[in-house]
Design a protein around this ligand. Structure first.
Ligand code: EPU
Length: 428
């Protein structure tokens, strides 16, 4: 397995970096192609392992998929096999996003339960409850969810669903299921993430009626035509990749970086917290200039569903607060096990105490390079960012986590002047 080697320096980062398309928008949109028969084209798709995994899953299901980054073309194949096997689902939890479209389109689906993952248990009860409300029969057999439309494979019925908590992929799965259901579906207490809004735009392009995507109540009127239209669409920029580079640009004092292709409005909570920490962030159209010229102030954050502070930025922001002058309190409310970067950052000299879902961070004058282990996607990013400022060399192992969600991270950081390289080889 590869590792990433970073030699930290006090040298500021400068220059500009282009932000890629949003992974978490591309994944549900690729799954939405199951609702149509024609040839769809998705543009601005990031070159990532999760995209390859989704392509492999769609191929397994019988679709004809060509990945030619930054474009992906999907067309209907000869036959559909509405079954997502464990081998593919275990590589990527978002594979569960095929459940809604498969059962809506083909009347049945067999999808492996994703199981737990490094950051938490992550159940899918809300997805299943919603499908049942739409007339599905759900059985769990030998680790698989087996869903069948009403009367043994019939068309789903529009319904009213209240989510007990806002879930991003749960909201997306039920929007796609409702897209071919008979009548109108109302989803209440929905996730409001920009990626959910983007899926709403796609479903409208595909010919069903969606309103309210991006708010907590979404209405979907299913198409009467049995299948939706294909589409051609360029996906929105990745707000979490953008947020990660916002933080990267602040680890070294004196940095001055322009991020190209950013929707700053999707990052308000992070931007406000970073400004409170003393960072200068200015929008210039779809470019964002970020500068640090002085010490960092501490800041407290509590993660929350959008528009709250994103859990996917917690590890990177916590790392930044390791360098602030004073104490910051970081609370994680979305996933129960999302502080795995903490022991690794401690090995680099960070001063952090975790109690339950709260980390108390005392800023230190300096971090020190070390060999560290990536544990999940965003934790990996925080370790790379720590390496940018740490004295001497940091080696981040298990970077396959990083490759799931960051396109060419080492090349992008090198473009800003960082001393970073990928080391191919047999690291465990
Ligand atoms: N939850 C339930 N029951 C459900 C569904 C969710 O209890 O049926 C709980 C989860 O366990 C969690 C909370 O609800 O405590 C929110 O989870 P959510 O379902 O919103 O997460 P997700 O849809 O599985 C997406 C992103 C994650 C991101 C979270 C939160 C995709 C493909 N994944 O996951 O992204 O952290 O929303 O914003 O959109 C990442 O990109 O690194 C990543 C993990």
């Amino acid at each position: 397995m590869d590792a990433i080697r970073v030699r930290g320096s006090q040298k500021p980062l400068t220059g500009s970096v282009r932000i890629s398309g949003a992974k978490n928008a591309a994944l549900p949109i690729l799954c939405a192609t199951l609702l149509s028969d024609g040839a769809s084209r998705l543009r601005n798709v990031p070159k990532l392992r999760d995209i390859e995994t989704t392509a492999a899953l769609l191929r397994f299901l019988g679709r004809d998929v060509k990945v030619d980054a930054p474009e992906v073309h999907v067309a209907a194949g000869a036959d559909v096999r509405p079954e997502a096997p464990y081998e593919l689902v275990k590589q990527m939890r978002a594979s569960v996003l095929v459940l809604g479209p498969l059962v809506a389109r083909f009347g049945r689906a067999k999808v492996s339960l994703p199981g737990g993952c490094a950051i938490g248990a992550r159940p899918i009860d809300q997805h299943l409850k919603g499908l049942e409300a739409m007339g599905c029969t759900i059985k769990i057999e030998r680790g698989y969810v087996i869903a069948e439309g009403p009367g043994g494979g019939g068309r789903l019925r529009g319904s009213e669903v209240y989510f007990d908590l806002p879930t991003v992929t749960g909201t997306e799965n039920l929007m796609m299921a409702a897209a071919l259901a008979k009548g109108r579906t109302t989803l209440v207490n929905c996730a409001r993430e920009p990626e959910v809004e983007e899926l709403g735009r796609i479903l409208n392009k595909m010919g069903c009626e969606v309103s309210g995507a991006g708010t907590d109540v979404i209405h979907v009127t299913g198409s009467e035509r049995g299948a939706l239209e294909p589409f051609d669409h360029a996906i929105i920029p990745d707000r979490i990749e953008a947020g990660t580079y916002l933080v990267a640009a602040c680890v070294n004092d004196g940095s001055d970086v322009v991020l190209q292709g950013v929707e700053l409005g999707d990052l308000e909570a992070l931007v406000l917290k970073m400004r409170a920490a003393g960072i200068k962030i200015e929008a210039e159209g779809q470019n964002v200039r970020v500068r640090r010229d002085g010490p960092l102030r501490p800041a407290n954050v509590t993660t929350a569903p959008h528009p709250g502070f994103p859990t996917d930025m917690q590890a990177q922001f916590l790392m930044l607060m390791c360098l602030a002058k004073g104490e910051s309190v970081i609370s994680e409310t979305i996933f129960e096990n999302r502080f795995m970067h903490v022991p690794e950052l401690q090995r680099m000299g960070a001063s952090i105490v975790v109690r339950g879902n709260t980390a108390v961070v005392q800023g230190v004058p300096k971090l020190y390079g070390a060999q560290v282990m990536a544990t999940d996607l965003r934790a990996s990013a925080s370790l790379v960012l720590a390496g940018l400022v740490a004295e001497d060399e940091t080696e981040v192992r298990r970077v396959y986590h990083l490759d799931r969600g960051y396109e060419h991270m080492e090349e992008k950081l090198r473009g800003l002047g960082a001393d970073i390289e990928r080391v191919k080889g047999a690291f465990d």
